[in-house]
Design a binder for this molecule. Structure first.
Ligand SMILES: [Mn+2]
Length: 400
């Protein structure tokens, strides 16, 4: 269980890395799902990291020069209060370890005062990958930036400083990630036993969802991928509604969230007797997974890690006669080999140049051959340690 002292330490660390500046962050706002209903709320990860608060529209103000923090309570309408309730001051104080809770008006006065002594303010700048995203961004950070731009002569981005901190996990974060992984491993083992009695992708999804909620998880950290046969070649397939066809393989990419942290595990299973080709493709992906994991150690430059992983994937593709030219490599392996894992399922590695102890990342080689109706991905979660690495999901067999 993550405690308020964890969030306090994170605030102290960001004060240090921003050299005692003023930092103002906003929680996400609730977003429309349909008509008069909001979508299930997920908190902005940096805001959660610094406060532990899981409610929309709160603000955090830190005056690093005085080592002081405030939480700003959002204005809540009477009808919101009746239908949805709100976070009490007591719980907010206990969760965050911040005992100064102020109103919106008080916050604007406080910021005006701070702007007299501080030339600039830190907040989260534009999301760096925004132009690649095909959905609307949560508006809360832009709204906050507009407010800050009116008060301070300069608004600076502390996204990178925060992602550098978040890239190196504390002991209690590793413990939380291990628990989320253990839950996901348990679900995979449970579902694999039941697989012969299931006929549809959605039945498999339902088994995972049941297992997660039954064991106290909030559920999936991202939409589960239950992809049989050709569906596995759509990387983020999540319709999960097809009936299994004889001799399909089943690709499962599943991520439970527990205690604020995500896991992310993929396995590919046989449904009936696999073909020789399916066994062959699965075999080379699994061998690549092991070889790539073996090179992970602290100090390895990330570019070098990617280069060596690419070579291992080319070797795997060549072994099953899929590498006729260098361009085939990306055709059959069209995604990244790794991403960070933490509060966000795609956690930043802080743009650090090398692997460092405390980083948690996925290792997820995959080969997808649409013309053969075969898609195989095997994904483990790995902790970089002082002496090398630990495979946190090693307990789950990678067998077909
Ligand atoms: Mn992943």
């Amino acid at each position: 269980m993550i405690s308020s002292s964890f969030h306090l330490l994170n605030r102290q660390n960001i004060i240090t890395s921003t050299k005692g500046g003023v930092i103002v962050l906003s929680a996400y706002s609730a977003m429309q799902s349909s008509n008069d209903l909001a979508a299930k709320f997920t908190q902005e990860a940096n805001f959660w990291y610094l406060t532990g608060i899981n409610e929309p529209d709160w603000w955090l103000i830190i005056d690093g020069s005085k080592n002081k923090s405030w939480l700003v309570r959002p204005v809540i309408s009477q009808s919101h209060q009746i239908f949805d309730g709100s976070l009490s001051d007591d719980v907010a104080i206990k969760t965050s370890g911040i005992d100064n809770i102020i109103s919106n008006n008080e916050a604007m006065d406080l910021l005006k005062n701070l702007s007299r002594n501080h030339g600039f303010v830190y907040t989260l700048g534009n999301q760096p990958d925004a132009k690649y995203l095909d959905f609307c961004l949560n508006p809360s950070q832009k709204n906050l930036r507009k407010n800050l731009e009116r008060l301070f002569s300069e608004v600076q981005d502390c996204r990178l400083e925060l992602s550098k901190l978040r890239a190196i996990k504390h002991i209690e974060e590793v413990t939380a990630i291990k628990k989320a992984i253990k839950l996901t491993v348990g679900a995979f083992e449970d579902v694999k036993v039941k697989l012969p009695s299931l006929s549809y992708e959605y039945e498999v999804e339902a088994e995972f969802s049941y297992y997660f909620r039954k064991n106290g998880s909030v559920g999936h950290a991202c939409d589960p991928i239950v992809a049989s046969g050709l569906n596995a070649c759509t990387l983020h397939y999540n319709d999960n509604d097809a009936k299994f066809k004889k001799r399909d393989l089943l690709l499962l990419d599943i991520c439970a969230r527990l205690g604020g942290y995500a896991s992310d595990i993929s396995r590919t299973y046989k449904i009936s007797q696999p073909t020789t080709r399916q066994i062959e493709v699965h075999g080379v992906v699994n061998e690549a997974r092991q070889r790539i994991m073996d090179i992970i150690h602290p100090g390895l430059p990330i570019l070098e890690y990617q280069r060596q992983s690419d070579e291992i994937m080319k070797y795997a593709l060549n072994k099953i006669n899929l590498l006729n030219s260098n361009s085939d490599f990306r055709k059959y392996f069209p995604h990244a080999i790794s991403h960070g894992l933490g509060v966000d399922i795609h956690d930043s590695l802080g743009r650090l140049n090398e692997l460092l102890p405390g980083m948690v990342l996925t290792v997820e080689p995959g080969i997808y051959i649409p013309e053969e109706g075969i898609g195989v991905r095997i994904e483990d979660d790995v902790l970089v340690t002082d002496s090398g690495h630990t495979n946190l999901s090693a307990a789950l067999s990678t067998e077909l």
